[in-house]
Design a protein around this ligand. Structure first.
Ligand SMILES: [Zn+2]
Ligand SMILES: [Zn+2]
Length: 289
């Protein structure tokens, strides 16, 4: 129904419900705490189109605690906990309205992530990694130290590592190699090309594709998706961000996963059910649930 007087639907409106998937899948990476409506509403809407499981990702201490509480309260939700790669430098160096805490504050925050990572509803440690797009040179050291600490926490607790890699492919791969990657490692919002997909495949890293795989200018992502081994592919929303075409720019939520799954099936040249079956199995294996 038109939502404004001019009769046009508003470009800020939530996109319509897609056709349900016949084979249920998981949204491997979402931020329910940044989306409109209640968690119960968001989960019900997602389940109504076959998105029956979500991985709720923490980005700071408050968000990580929230993820653990939400996963404890809802069977359909699994949690991951971390300090986002852009959060670690803010803890050390401060931010507008926030005092710099130095290395000690980062250590304290990491100790809390470590405690949360032990909880049974926490399936992963992340999102962590490197972001050379948002964090400048002054934050690089804190960011890499935090990344290394998260890798160690994931390994010690036997949890999945969830990687955020923005404009930092070579450095992320280098740190993983130096530290030794955990048994299960996921590149969330996979942003590498086909060549990097080959490197991830040989290391056994999962590649989770988000709505930007549908964007016109993202042929490199589709090329990567086309060559990635079927058993290492996941799908995610990273909602409220990265809403798939043709709804780009409007609010994203887990119920829009079918739009991305269909675009991915077209890239892979397989039918939707075949891909959805693989995605469901892969996500469960990747997060050990
Ligand atoms: Zn991210
Ligand atoms: Zn995210």
């Amino acid at each position: 129904m038109p939502s404004n007087a001019s009769g046009r639907s508003d470009k800020n409106d939530a996109p319509p419900l897609p056709e349900p998937l016949r084979v249920p899948v998981a949204d491997s990476h979402t931020h329910l705490d940044m989306q409109a409506g209640t968690v119960a509403e968001g989960l019900a809407k997602a389940a109504s189109v076959g998105v029956t499981t979500v991985v709720q990702v923490g980005c700071d201490l408050a968000g990580s605690r929230w993820a653990t509480e939400t996963a404890a309260a809802h069977d359909a939700v699994h949690a991951t906990v971390a300090l986002h790669p852009n959060e670690a430098p803010r803890i050390v160096h401060g931010d507008p309205g926030r005092e710099p805490g130095g290395d000690a504050a980062l250590d304290e925050a990491l100790a809390e992530i470590d405690r949360l990572a032990a909880l049974p509803q926490v399936k992963g440690v992340g999102e962590t990694g490197l972001d050379h797009f948002r964090t400048g040179p002054e934050g690089k050291e804190a960011q890499e130290r935090s990344f290394r600490a998260h890798i160690e926490i994931a390994k010690r607790h036997g949890k999945t590592l969830v990687i955020h890699d923005r404009d930092a492919h070579a450095d992320v791969l280098r740190v993983l190699k130096e530290e030794g990657a955990p048994e299960r490692t996921v590149f969330h919002c996979y942003s590498g090309d086909a060549e990097m997909a080959g490197i991830c495949a040989s290391a056994g890293y999962y590649m989770s594709f988000a709505g930007n795989v549908t964007f016109k200018n993202a042929q490199n992502l589709r090329d990567a998706l086309a060559v990635a081994p079927r058993e290492l592919i996941l799908v995610e929303t990273d909602a409220p961000f990265l809403t798939p075409a043709p709804y780009r720019g409007r609010p994203n939520a887990p119920y829009l996963i079918p739009v991305t799954v269909r675009a991915m099936a077209a890239v892979r040249g397989v039918d939707e059910d075949t891909l959805a079956t693989a995605l469901a199995v892969n996500t469960a294996r990747a997060f050990g649930y």
